[in-house]
Design a binder for this molecule. Sequence first.
Ligand code: G3P
Ligand code: MG
Length: 484
Amino acid sequence: MPRFDDSDFAVVSAPGTPRTEGPNPFAAVRPGVSRGNSTLAIPGANGNTVEIPASRSSISDAAALMHNLSLSPSMKERRGSRNSFGTSLPIPRSPRHSRLLSKRAGVSQDILASQVQDMSKEKVAAAKNMAFAFDIDGVLAHGNEPIEEAKLALKMLNGDNELGIKIPYILLTNGGGKTEIARCEQLAGLLESPISTDQFIQSHTPMQALAEYYETVLVCGGEDFKVREVAETYGFKNVVHPKDILAWDPTVSPWGIFSEKDRENAKPRDFSKMKFDAILIFADSRDYATDFQIIMDLLLSENGKLLTRAKDPVASRIPIYFSQGDLVFPTNHKGPPRLTQGSFRIAIEAQYKALTGVELERVVYGKPERATYTYADEVLKNWMEQIHNENTLPQNVYMVGDNPQSDIIGGNMYGWNTCLVRTGVFQGKEGENDAHNPANFGVFDNVLEAVKAAVRKELGQDFKLKWNPKVNPVLHGDDSSAVA
Ligand code: G3P
Ligand code: MG
């Protein structure tokens, strides 16, 4: 079971946590040594990154789960936990700007809207002081199928409302596996709304900060070799994909999957000479056998030299980072939610414990980790600047999610309003909230209902969720044809 500090997400760096400099900054933790407050060392400070104390334990979940499998780490249990830890999660100091611009509504609507907005200053201020953070899987889409209500919700926030104003929103997903540009293009088509990379955070987006710390990395997960492109875009200098290793020596993974297409795209090198600095899991594995084997080979190696075996694997272990911790996620499968990266991680932890007798220490990014929400604030501020020319952080942020154990607990702990929808992992009936991690703003049938309720709370119950093209600013925008 994940263990959290009493102060939940407001943890500070654990006292006495050693700080080290250099490319492989993780200090050894020897079996039998009391873990006390600190286990993994915090990577050295760096000019372009900010280190956010981890809110999730750096110690493997596997031991606690092996005899007591549970899918419900709850807020209550987290509060009760005494396990503290000292790892930090580096995130970029400020998000990179993309050159993608969101589509404008059209010059004549812009002019009319600004006239209407001039006459409704209070509502305009309220619209700029609220924002949404949308989960994707189970809220906006199921895999490659859009959720219809999501299209209307985004249209309304993009200016199809009585003020013709953009109400800020970002997408905050634990998904990943392809570049931000590729995913935004795909989503824009799916949801029929422009989506900029500047309003988009996937599980591994903040992990670009790690490029300041590690040069040679094994990057796992996702389709084909897409995560290689992701890691290179983030600035990692020497990126190795598990299939590069299979191309070099297929016997490394006896049950591995290796196609002709893989051979065309793999980059085999002499891996016997290479020293890896870290392992990064960016998305769901598509070849568990190979990924398990190579990850375990590196965790057991002498300082990251593939296929060596360290005398003391714990002392010379290289760090491993997972981009998110969800155990299950909603897909287009008609039955219960499907297993995802958190379940893969627990298998790695269990293998490591079985082989070495000690717990695996690892870092997990993504929701509900505080670092992800801190990064989201930066993205939101930058997005406000792009759409409203104001570098301010809206005070009333609404997280709309389907997973109580990531979206809702994370949002609650970060002080956001939380809306739980019934279109994904959470399947509660009418009138029910999640028992362990209840959404503080409420439970809704779908994202559109959540957005309507939040907008009406902030902008007034009579706020019209449709732009009226016949609006006449001289009459204060009052036109009987406006649709509520
Ligand atoms: O693998 C889990 C991931 O797909 C969940 O994505 O958008 O629900 O955070 P999301
Ligand atoms: Mg979801």
